[in-house]
Design a binder for this molecule. Sequence first.
Ligand code: BGC
Length: 422
Amino acid sequence: MNLSNHSMAFSAILFLLPGLSQAGSVEVLHYWTSGGEARSVQVLKEAMQEDGHTWVDFVVEGGGGGNAMATLQDRVLRGNPPTAAQIKGLDIQRWARLGFLSNINNLAEEQQWDQRLPPVVAAAMQYNGDYVAVPVNVHRTNWLWANKRILDVVGVAVPTTWAEFDQAAERIADAGYQVIAQGHQDWQHATLFESVVLSVGGPEFYQAALVDHDFRAMRGDTMDAVFDRYYQLLDYMTLSGDLAEWNQATSLVINGEAAFQFMGDWAKGEFSAEGKVANTDYICAAVPGTQNQFLFNIDSFAVFDLRSADQADQSAQNDLVRNIMDDSFQRTFNQNKGSIPPRTDMSMNAFDDCARVSMKEFIAAAANNALLPSIAHGMATTGTVQGYFYEKIGELTVSPLPPSESSRELAKAIRYGQYVIK
Ligand code: BGC
């Protein structure tokens, strides 16, 4: 046997032995660039490097991932997919349907995913019953973040109803603080809007209007009431291009310039990155009227079919998936990211108060038909409908129309998105 035959045989043996893998390389597309996000993705990078693999960062800036998806499409269509990409919700189905994703049932079996993942998470990772993506977390979008010192100085409690919110807001504004910090981007306005839909309409209405897109629900009185409340909230914000990014808005709450931010719990990652402690420096609470209700946003990596990859890269891809579902990664990553693990078999002891509340409400909501997919974060609908939804909410935020006209406009935009072929 000559030297190259030798090394080929050696590689084959290594590949077959469980737990032993060759050093390969993974290229991972993500859009995690804020302080908390960067700390989180670093955990995965280090786990891969400890296994001897090379991490190639494929990072595309832009909160909510809109830019990343456009870049990904371009790369895949040119026949050069990354090892894995941060793709969520219904878009996973789309990539799988087009034949670009890899079946990872063998890894799911090896790590007993069916026993560890709740059905709502497992279903989102599968296409036609086969696993094609691996979940890193569960984010909740219907959160309100508050600066504790401002509330203490002004003498108000965290509001649990909109009436309480209005009272608190008046006093905070009178004391000279900005009430709500809101980054001026469509996806952020859409994130707040979906929480208001849940709060004003309740879970059944949310399901009918934003998941099933029932035309009557989208255009009825309840949606008018949603817009009415949404527009009232705009009075407490200063929208400007100078405050575009969500994490700039979080900084205003962290630094005590603004009292509140409505945002998913990736915002908590920013508080943690600045060394701030839940219930001491800041408070996390459900958006008024959404206690025990949970709008979920699951981050996951879809695994691409690396047709021409060598065995080392293939084995690195397998290790990437294994590492993501590993206890220690799930714990540290989610502590940094502000989310909770998608695995319900993990102890929450090492997590802070907000994460524990999140896990408790995630489980409670699942048992009460109040666990619902976030439309603003790609869990409820296709990227196309989501795009029209963003655009319309963005327009109405800048130029509000009377509530009933707003409902009509939004219903039309969503309908349009359903029929457009993209
Ligand atoms: C993602 C989060 C991310 C946030 C801001 C969401 O859609 O799920 O992981 O931190 O956008 O970019």
